[in-house]
Design a protein around this ligand. Structure first.
Ligand code: SAH
Length: 404
C-alpha cells in the first residue's frame, strides 16, 4: 500500500462505517434527517449503529444513527467530528436539562419534558419527568440499543430516579425493535401525584396516553386557569380533565367535560376529586361531535370552550376529512360562546399547518356567523421547543379567540 493509501485506510478505520450522500443533498447542514433516496452508498453496517455521514465529495458532514429498515434511514446527532459515546450522551442530556432549569427554583422542573428528540439534538429519545419518576421513550433502533447508556447518563445528570420505559409500538415496529414497557431498573411507585401550578394530577406510571399526561398543553392549561373565574366552561376531548381542573381551581362556576374513553374519564374523576372541585364538574361520556351538536340545539352558552381533539389526520391522505372534522367542531363551539367568551381551539395533526388551521377556523366562523377577535396564537409548551429549520418539531397549533 502506498503511504497515501495507508493514511486514507487509517482515516477510514477511525471514521468507522461511512454513509455517502448523493450530490446536491441540500438540507443536511440544518436538518438531521436522511432518507434512503438521499444516500449514494453506505458501507456494511449493523442496523442501529453509528455511521459517519460524508457528502458526495467525501467531506465530513456529521455522525448519526443508521437503520436500513425505515425510509428515514439516518438521523444525524452531531455535525462535529466527535464520537457518539456515553460522554456525548451525558453532555447532551445535561444541556437539555439545563435549558429547562430557568424557573425561580433551582434545578430542572419536576413535571415536564426534559428531552425532546430532534429539538434537543437527541433524535429518537424522549425523557419526561413526573415528580419522583422519569418516563423514557425510545423511538429509533439506535436509541433503543443505547438504553443502558441512557439510563447511566440520566442517573449522573439527574440523580438516581426510577425510570419507566414506555416505547410507542408504531415507531418500534417501523424501526424493528421490541418496544420496552416497564421499569428500567429499580421499581418506582405505581402512581404519582404531580402539581401544575398548584393543580394536582394523579398519574399511573406507564398507563394512559403519551407518557401519562399531555405535557405539551401545560402552558395552555395554566392560561385557562386565568380565564375561567366565574365562567361556565366546556372542556371537549377532556382526557383526564387537565383543562377542567385548572378552570375550576381558577374559579369557574361549572365545567362540563366531554370524553369518549371510559379509562380517561376514570382519571378525570380522580383528578377532579384530588383538586376538591368534583361537585362543580359534569362528565359527559360520549362522542364530542354529537354532544356539541346537542348543546347547540339546546341553546347552551359557555364563557370558555376548549377544543383539544386527537389528531384527525394521521397521514396526508386523511387531510381533507380531518379539515372537515376540525371545521365542524369549531363551528359548533363558536356558536356555544357567550359574548366576550373565549375559545381555545387546537390541532395536533402534523399535517395541518398553522395557516391551514387558521383558514379552517375562519371558514367555521363565517359559517357560524360569528365574529371573533384573535387574542393569541397558541402552541406547544416551551419544554417541547421548536427548531426553525426542522418544521416537524412544531406540531401543536392553536388559537385563543374571543367572541365579539
Ligand atoms: N386536553 C387534554 C388532552 C386531550 S387528548 C389534556 O390537556 O390532558 C384528546 C382526547 O380526546 C383523548 O382523551 C381521547 O380519548 C378523546 N377523544 C377522541 N375522540 C373523541 C370523540 N369523538 N369524542 C370525545 N372524545 C374523544
Amino acid at each position: 500500500m502506498t503511504p497515501a493509501g495507508a493514511r486514507e485506510a487509517g482515516r477510514r478505520a477511525k471514521r468507522g462505517p461511512v454513509l455517502r450522500l448523493k450530490r446536491g443533498h441540500p438540507r443536511v447542514p440544518s436538518h438531521p434527517w436522511i432518507f434512503k433516496g438521499d444516500v449514494a452508498d453506505v458501507t456494511d453496517v449493523e442496523p442501529g449503529t453509528v455511521v459517519t455521514v460524508v457528502d458526495a465529495a467525501g467531506r465530513f458532514v456529521g455522525r448519526g444513527d443508521y437503520n436500513p429498515r425505515p425510509g428515514l434511514c439516518c438521523r444525524i446527532l452531531t455535525w462535529a467530528d466527535e464520537s457518539l459515546d456515553a460522554a456525548f450522551l451525558e453532555r447532551r442530556l445535561a444541556e437539555a436539562v439545563a435549558r429547562r432549569a430557568t424557573g425561580e427554583a433551582a434545578g430542572a422542573p419536576t413535571l415536564g419534558r426534559l428531552v425532546w428528540s430532534e429539538a434537543d439534538g437527541l433524535p429518537g429519545l424522549v425523557v419526561d419527568r413526573y415528580g419522583p419518576v422519569l418516563v423514557v421513550q425510545c423511538g429509533t433502533l439506535g436509541m433503543a440499543r443505547r438504553r443502558r447508556e441512557i439510563e447511566g447518563a440520566l442517573g449522573r445528570v439527574l440523580g438516581e430516579l426510577p425510570a419507566f420505559n414506555k416505547d410507542e409500538d408504531g415507531p418500534a415496529r417501523l424501526e424493528g425493535f421490541e418496544p420496552a414497557h416497564g421499569w428500567a431498573g429499580r421499581v418506582g411507585p405505581a402512581t404519582v401525584e404531580v402539581g401544575e401550578d398548584g393543580v394536582r394530577f394523579a398519574v399511573t406510571v406507564g398507563a394512559g396516553h403519551k407518557t401519562g399526561l399531555y405535557l405539551d398543553q401545560g402552558e395552555n392549561r395554566r392560561r385557562v386557569g386565568g380565564l375561567a373565574a366565574d365562567r361556565e366552561v366546556l372542556d371537549a376531548f377532556s382526557y383526564t380533565g387537565g383543562f377542567a381542573c385548572h378552570a375550576l381551581r381558577g374559579g369557574a362556576r361549572r365545567a362540563v367535560l366531554i370524553e369518549s374513553s371510559p379509562e380517561a374519564l376514570v382519571g378525570a374523576r380522580q383528578n377532579l376529586a384530588l383538586n376538591g372541585v368534583a361537585e362543580r364538574a359534569q362528565l359527559v361520556a360520549t362522542n364530542a361531535f354529537d354532544e356539541l351538536r346537542r348543546l347547540e340545539r339546546a341553546g347552551a352558552r359557555f364563557g370558555v370552550v376548549i377544543l383539544d381533539p386527537p389528531p384527525f389526520a394521521r397521514n396526508r391522505t386523511q387531510l381533507d376529512g380531518a379539515v372537515r372534522g376540525y371545521k365542524e367542531i369549531n363551528l359548533r363551539a363558536m356558536r356555544l360562546l357567550e359574548r366576550g367568551g373565549s375559545l381555545l381551539t387546537f390541532s395536533c395533526s402534523h399535517h395541518v399547518s398553522q395557516t391551514r388551521f387558521e383558514e379552517l377556523c375562519r371558514d367555521a366562523a363565517a359559517d357560524a356567523s360569528v365574529r371573533l377577535r384573535v387574542v393569541a396564537s397558541l402552541t406547544q409548551a416551551s419544554d417541547h421547543p421548536e427548531v426553525l429549520t426542522i418544521p416537524e418539531t412544531r406540531y401543536l397549533k392553536g388559537l385563543l379567540l374571543e367572541a365579539m
